[in-house]
Design a protein around this ligand. Sequence first.
Ligand code: ARG
Length: 371
Amino acid sequence: MNNPVRVNSWNSWDPLRRIIVGRAAGTMVQAPEPAVFRDWPQDGFPRGTYGPLPDDMVAAAEEQLDGFAALLRGRGIAVDRPEPLDFSRRTETPEWTQDTMFGCMPPRDVLLTVGSEILESTMSYRSRWFEYLCYRPLLESYFHADEAMRWEAAPKPRLTDASFHAGFWDEFEALGFDEQIQRVRANDLCLTEAEPLFDAADVCRMGKDLFVQLSLVTNRGGYRWIRQHFPEHRVHAVTFDNTHPLHIDATWVPLRPGLVLHCGERAADPEMLGYFKTNDWEVLEAAAPRRTRDDLPKLCFCSPWLAMNILSLDPNTVCVEESERDLAEQLSGRGFEVVPVPFWNVAPFGGGLHCATVDIERDGELQDYFP
Ligand code: ARG
């Protein structure tokens, strides 16, 4: 690492100095487990089957990830990379065994940086239980290099059958839209409340305020644990009209103080909207993605709204997937410099430009944007 390490990031828009960019190598269509539903018969993975993503897809994703890392370095940002494990290995705890792991493309899901703290989230898939190990070499090096870094981990979850509603997926997928939304609003989804569970990517950081999406991978206990863990913050639990909520960063994306990008298809809580409006924030409906569901890359478990999964380099500069020209135009119109980045080949590995990264250092201090 060239620049000295200083862990510091309070939001997603202050000027970026250091970041982790994930890797695609070794990623698996993971073996079945209670929380995960994969069924891609046309692409060689009918329900219940598993295996590595095809080599050509891995190579294409690695090329885009490396290109993105080079682009960031070219702008003077330090870029660190995780170390993949052999994700095809079976793993176990004393309470379960799981036939494969997943991968380490989306660091955003695993690590949450708040100020000088990096928090390892619980995760809620058995296939992702050990994913933190990919980041341990970096976390150890940050810990040694930066005396002020605070390194934390949420309680490792047990993930026994008691943590999951048996038969959830078959039951849920048979419901109509309205019933699914009711279940989402009540957070009556796959996870039980047996133990606190959350993915870091369900947390949206806005200085003193943290917004935690209750989702398929984050339960109320997870939200409560985060709230207790950050006593100096205002921590809000939020839901959206999204039938498959999984990570907040393609739904609610703050761009700079006073401006947040919102996926209009996924209505926000009236209470949440009110909180933003009374504090003079503008909620901007993102331009529709150029891709439809039908032209997503194969084996992709994300939606076209990955288009708005953008990475801010500073309050005036955003990285946007290169083919998403409507969104780019919309943001240029708002005065942003838009940096186009080819990235759709990475989607099947777990996400877009924001998912693929995790902030380690941005300039700036803790601020209250909702005073
Ligand atoms: N589930 C979101 C969607 O398809 C994608 C968010 C992915 N985010 C992440 N951090 N992996 O709309």
